[in-house]
Design a protein around this ligand. Sequence first.
Ligand SMILES: [Zn+2]
Length: 121
Amino acid sequence: MNLDALKEINTNNPEILEQSARDNNANESTVTGIALFAANNGYDSLTPPQKYHFDNCIRPLIEDVQCSGYNHECEEVPRECPATLDDQDLVEYYQNDGKYCESCEGQASSDAHSKESFMRD
Ligand SMILES: [Zn+2]
């Protein structure tokens, strides 16, 4: 769980929290309120009902987040990547609207490289 990522969400992507609240049939302003409080005071200072909402709506956003999945531009069917991102990558994930795991990152940069040399030739 990465509370810095939660701060990033609170500041720049609050709609992700609202969406997650709707997906879980929870009240949007309750969930965004808990997110703000937890980011500043930590998970342990939440009450049990708040923890319940946190675990349902917020924790999946800042823990074991799935890789965005890299797709070669020529591939028509998007591939799902089952890898999860490291907690320390999550701030970047929310700053950049997504992030690849190490293996997808490697694929992306090698494709970028071969495209570059192709354009040169
Ligand atoms: Zn991946």
